[in-house]
Design a protein. Structure first.
Length: 201
């Protein structure tokens, strides 16, 4: 499944849950319009949220009327009708996946911008990426001075096993231990980010 299709699948699943789950207030408090990349899903989400805030009934007809804004739309009607008939997904899981996908998309966009900027702009973008990483669930943000201290503390520890790259020429020529600082440099668009991501995982 393509990344956009996968995200749309989760967005649509959340709309299904918001239409059909009696605990929608909990889920609405955790979501915002910016979590939805698909225009139709965002429109329906906004309509559901407005109805909820007004304490109006939330069902297919009221959501359609609120989302359509007086303009008939067969696409919108089909979308809401289909969502009304589906079973409610595991909302916690769907919200977590959608937020993770949105976060990764934001990081990917900022990382891509690094290819086309100067040093000062790169420093600002890296700070923004670090800020996004702090938003990840179960992650702790570390300031520059703390990160520097942790890096130098790791230098004092000797790690006997060398990291394996599973690429013959790198395994033969690079002697890198866990905790070492590694800088990867190359021309734009040759795969530095992809390589670093694969090795980090």
């Amino acid at each position: 499944m393509h990344e956009d299709e996968s995200r749309l699948y989760f967005e649509h699943g959340l709309i299904v849950g918001l239409l059909n789950d009696s605990n929608r207030g909990v889920w609405l408090s955790e979501l915002s319009e910016s979590d939805f990349s698909n225009d139709l899903c965002r429109t329906v989400f906004s309509a559901i949220k407005r109805l909820f805030m007004k304490r109006a009934p939330i069902e297919a007809v009221t959501v359609y009327e609120a989302a359509a804004g007086g303009e008939p739309s067969q696409v919108l009607l089909d979308f809401i009708s289909d969502a009304q008939l589906r079973s409610v997904p595991d909302m916690r899981y769907y919200i977590d996946v959608l937020k993770e996908k949105a976060l990764l998309e934001g990081i990917r966009d900022k990382a891509q911008a690094l290819n086309y900027c100067g040093a000062d702009e790169a420093s600002r973008i890296i700070g923004e990426i670090n800020g996004l990483m702090v938003k990840k669930r179960d992650r702790q943000g570390v300031g520059f001075s703390d990160a520097s201290q942790m890096f130098f503390d790791n230098l004092n520890h000797s790690y006997s096993p060398l990291l394996r790259w599973d690429i013959g020429i790198l395994d033969d020529n690079l002697r890198i231990s866990r905790g070492d600082f590694i800088a990867i440099g190359a021309h734009p668009s040759v795969g530095k980010t992809l390589f670093a991501t694969q090795e980090a995982l």
